[in-house]
Design a protein around this ligand. Structure first.
Ligand SMILES: C[S@@+](CC[C@H](N)C(=O)[O-])C[C@H]1O[C@@H](n2cnc3c(N)ncnc32)[C@H](O)[C@@H]1O
Length: 294
């Protein structure tokens, strides 16, 4: 059976739609960008953290799930695998990412995900048309995360649930901890803030869900602890998720004078030390659940 491809959901199709997408990202910014390296980083991140973050995420057969900000589909794959009977609709503002997401899901043989290009703040669905909303690593990039949660809440049926997963860059500490490594890490926080995002959003999930009007909110911290006895995490988390994420803001940090080049190089070398024998690394994600009051 032929599966539906991603549909252009901006009213302007083709070039006009792509222009709108570009204008959106220029206006709102996106600290990680859309490079092939970032796509690989997202895949490594999702694979490494799947057990920790999503072992308890599964939706019943027949339910309709909206995944907001699916990017290249790393979490869509996990959702499809954990919830084979659910009908998953995954949206993102980036057409290029959606095409990668669709290819990945198709290659994995999942038939229960459809991809649409859409803006979280202007969703092309009737209100109350989903049983569940899932959003992972997206709110941290938005200037108005509360507005996004309110928009997503309108998509939920009465009694429907939302699941929000975000990191908190303030929860990060490592050994050895050099001054330069701290400064490079701070560049990531500052670069995201310059674009209107908040990389410290994990600690705000509860208050944001409450302000958006969700009920029965439960937030659970999910800590990643890495030492040399956990080689899969040394590779998957420190080397393939964290360090590339910091390296991704190199140019912006230098351009904006957040750090000088020598300190930057020393900082990246310092972060690599945490992945050597004797090094350790800690970071906490936050997973929030809430209900749309019936
Ligand atoms: C860090 S990526 C996360 C992707 C995916 N959830 C994952 O965990 O791999 C954030 C995604 O949010 C998307 N995004 C940002 N603002 C958006 C908006 N207003 N509407 C829809 N998607 C948006 C970006 O295009 C990007 O793909």
């Amino acid at each position: 059976m032929r599966r539906p491809g991603p549909v252009l959901m901006f009213p302007e199709s083709g070039l006009a739609g792509l222009r709108k997408e570009r204008e959106h990202m220029q206006a709102h910014g996106y600290v990680h960008g859309y490079s092939a390296r970032e796509a690989q980083r997202l895949a490594d991140q999702a694979g490494t953290l799947a057990g920790l973050l999503h072992h308890d995420t599964a939706y019943a057969a027949g339910t309709r799930v909206l995944e907001a900000g699916c990017g290249t589909g790393c979490q869509s794959l996990i959702l499809a695998e954990h919830s084979p009977g659910a009908h998953i609709t995954s949206v993102d503002i980036s057409q290029a990412s959606l095409e990668q997401a669709r290819a990945a899901v198709e290659q994995a043989g999942h038939a229960n995900v459809r991809f649409l290009r859409a803006d979280i703040f202007d969703l092309p669905f009737a209100e109350q048309s989903f049983d569940h909303v899932f959003v992972c690593f997206v709110l941290e990039h938005l200037a108005d995360p509360l507005g996004a949660l309110k928009a997503l809440k309108r998509m939920l049926k009465p009694g429907g649930s939302i699941c929000v997963v975000e990191g908190d860059h303030g929860s990060c500490y490592f050994h050895p901890e050099t001054r330069a490594a701290r400064q490079a890490w701070q560049c990531l926080i500052d670069s995201q803030a310059r674009l209107g995002g908040d990389s410290l959003i994990g600690r705000r999930i509860y208050p944001l869900l409450a302000a958006a009007g969700f009920a029965d909110i439960q937030v659970s911290p999910r800590m990643v602890y890495v030492d040399h006895g956990r080689p899969a995490l040394v590779e998957g988390f420190i080397r393939r998720t964290i360090i590339p994420m910091v390296e991704g803001v190199r140019q912006a940090s230098l351009d904006h004078g957040l750090i000088d080049q020598a300190t930057w190089e020393a900082g990246i070398a310092g972060l690599h030390q945490s992945a050597q024998a004797g090094g350790t690394f800690c970071y906490t994600f936050f997973k929030g659940l809430g209900l749309n009051r019936p």
